[in-house]
Design a protein around this ligand. Structure first.
Ligand SMILES: N[C@@H](CCC(=O)N[C@@H](CS)C(=O)NCC(=O)O)C(=O)O
Length: 235
């Protein structure tokens, strides 16, 4: 087996930093103590036929380790967890529960979070419609209500537990915290203190802090390289 190779964007605009989904693969590798390499591509290449052979939707990240070549962050996190063994319990029932949460994060939470983000962006871009509440007539409040219900349900399911399945942090928590991390610059968790504390606990893990710092460092370097290239072009 080769060192895991994560293919992702070398540069993204500031709003996507700390959110771009290679973070999930980086975080899983850090949790498992598995060194990895990055292959950095740009937006244009991600839409090319060459990249689409590995990621049919023209997205990132993709992952390979000499034995498997896959896309979809849930599958990637599960593969890394399988290799390392710390994020996936060996007991069958506990293992399947962890996998269940990976799927739930991507299927029962992320679509609502993405819909809300799209609505928010549309509301920000649209002129105020005169109702005085800053909302457009696009149903933003309905989407937010749906999302809030999902988040409340999740908070109730976590209850007083430290992690989704109790005391053990699994790949299910890694994916759930990562998906909920997309709410960072919103007030969606404002009246859900136990859920907010769950996310904060996950994000405080040294492996997450390291993965996040490494992602930002990469973008800082890319910013500097782009600025230098622009200056050279202007000279
Ligand atoms: N379900 C996919 C989503 C991948 C995804 O949306 N990736 C974003 C970057 S974080 C992307 O490539 N966006 C560019 C695009 O969709 O064209 C996964 O979890 O891997």
């Amino acid at each position: 087996m080769l060192k895991p190779l994560i293919t992702t964007y070398g540069w993204v605009p500031p709003f996507a930093r700390g959110i771009t989904r290679d973070l999930r693969a980086r975080w899983a590798c850090e949790e498992e103590g598995i060194p990895y390499e990055l292959r950095l591509i740009d937006w244009a290449y991600s839409k090319s036929p060459e990249h689409r052979r590995f990621q049919p939707f023209g997205q990132v990240p993709t992952y390979s380790d000499g034995e498997v070549e896959i896309f979809e962050t849930g599958a990637i996190a599960l593969r890394i967890a399988e290799l390392g063994g710390r994020l996936l319990p060996t007991d069958t029932a506990a293992r399947m529960q962890a996998i269940q949460w990976v799927v739930a994060s991507l299927n029962s939470l992320e679509p609502w979070i993405m819909r809300a983000a799209v609505e928010r962006a549309a509301a920000e871009a649209a002129p105020n419609d005169g109702r005085g509440d800053g909302m457009t007539a696009t149903g933003q409040t309905e989407v937010m209500k749906d999302l809030h219900n999902r988040l409340s349900d999740l908070e109730a399911a976590i209850g007083d537990k430290q992690w989704l399945d109790g005391d053990v942090f699994t790949v299910g928590d890694l994916m759930m915290v990562s998906v909920l991390g997309n709410l960072r610059n919103t007030d969606a968790l404002q009246d859900l203190p136990r859920l907010a504390a769950y996310v904060a606990r996950g994000e405080a893990r040294p492996a997450h802090v390291k993965a996040m710092a490494d992602q930002f460092k990469q973008y800082d370097e890319a910013d500097r390289a782009r600025a230098a290239a622009q200056n050279n072009g202007a000279a």
